[in-house]
Design a protein around this ligand. Structure first.
Ligand code: PEP
Ligand code: MN
Length: 342
């Protein structure tokens, strides 16, 4: 159930509605919008009796929400959510008319490696740097990431180059550290339905970049975002990174058609990861072009200065020069959609 307030409703009126909802034994989650505030009712096990709410002052209408997700839904908030990441080089926005580009290696390997890639990423014009200190690997014998020393290298990258940091947390313990060092907490495909991790990320003050699980449906993806938001963190960026299909010429099948589908249902920004989405270096540029054309709010790209010697995902990592070219082309395609590259 959604209680839609009048555009001119006062803060006290919103508060009174929330108190009434809580007194009925439910949870009230106010979602302020540009034009009006909506209050989401959750925790109801049966149909909410709206009688007493509809007549309260400041209330425009009560709408039953039939979809399983509420806070992520456009029914609750019509206009796009813009997630702003402050960096020493200026704010990067996800979800406005600019495109946010994130570049960096799959994993942080050494300080020299991270600095070499960061130099190229910055020179290409990006303001956000990615790189895993905790790597969820298929094999326990593969490189698992440097852990906290890797986060310290990322912090040094921010200090040296002014780039904002996006890095993955794989469990509650690593999330405690990631939120200390990073600007954006990445939740990976393998953890998209790790509900305790999603709730922990929802209690963080840092924005969350949530990747689609490799076999997640659209509803499952949006419900994962709902988990984060239901704990109070509304700064969620979705990321399409390919799903598993019968296609055997790519690592994953990049499902670009989910972009307009998400944008129809949700106000949250969504970006595309063409690196994991294809698994092949030569496909990263063409799929990046397509992602921009389809309306993605940004790109998350794996970049390595020596990809053949990378400790993970070298096959899908592009060189810094190729990343620079990717941004040039993304900018040209974005212009057709009246968008610019941040
Ligand atoms: C990554 O971004 O390096 C990563 C592990 O991605 P995903 O969770 O999409 O596989
Ligand atoms: Mn990777």
């Amino acid at each position: 159930m959604l209680v839609v307030m009048h555009a001119h409703a006062t803060e006290e009126q919103v508060r009174a509605v929330c108190e009434r909802i809580e007194s009925l034994g439910y949870k009230a989650l106010p979602v302020p919008g540009a034009g009006r505030t909506a209050v989401c009712i959750t925790g109801n096990k049966s149909v909410v009796d709206v009688g007493s709410l509809e007549s309260m002052s400041g209330v425009a209408e009560c709408i039953p929400v039939s979809k399983p997700y509420k806070l992520v839904s456009r029914d609750v908030k019509e206009e796009n959510t813009v997630v702003r990441i402050p960096t020493p080089l200026g704010d990067v926005a996800f979800g406005d008319t600019t495109l946010a580009i994130v570049g960096g290696p799959c994993a942080i390997e050494t300080r020299e490696q991270a600095f070499a890639v960061a130099k190229g990423v910055k020179a290409a014009g990006a303001r956000l740097f990615r790189g895993g200190a905790y790597k969820p690997r298929t094999s326990p014998y593969s490189f698992q990431g440097l852990g906290e020393p890797g986060l310290q290298i990322l912090a040094a990258v921010r200090d040296e180059f002014g780039l904002g940091i996006v890095t993955e947390a794989i469990d509650n313990e690593s999330l405690d550290l990631v939120e200390k060092y990073a600007d954006v907490i990445q939740i990976g495909a393998r953890n998209m339905q790790n509900f305790s991790l999603l709730k922990r990320a929802g209690r963080s003050k840092k924005p969350v970049l949530l990747k689609r699980g490799m076999s997640a449906t659209l509803d499952e993806f949006l419900m994962a975002a709902e988990y984060v938001m239901s704990e109070g963190n509304y700064n969620v960026i979705l990321c399409e990174r390919g799903v598993r299909t019968f296609s055997d010429f790519t690592r994953n099948t990049l499902d670009l058609s989910i972009i307009p589908a998400v944008q129809k249902r949700s106000h949250l920004p969504i970006v595309v990861d063409p690196s994991h989405g294809t698994g092949k270096r030569h496909k990263v540029l063409p799929l990046s072009r397509a992602a921009v054309a389809v309306g993605a709010d940004g790109l998350l790209v794996e970049v390595h200065h020596d990809p053949d010697r990378a400790l993970s995902d070298g096959m899908q990592s592009i060189l810094p020069e190729e990343f620079a070219q990717l941004i040039v082309e993304a900018r040209e395609i974005a212009a057709v959609l009246h968008r610019t590259v941040n």
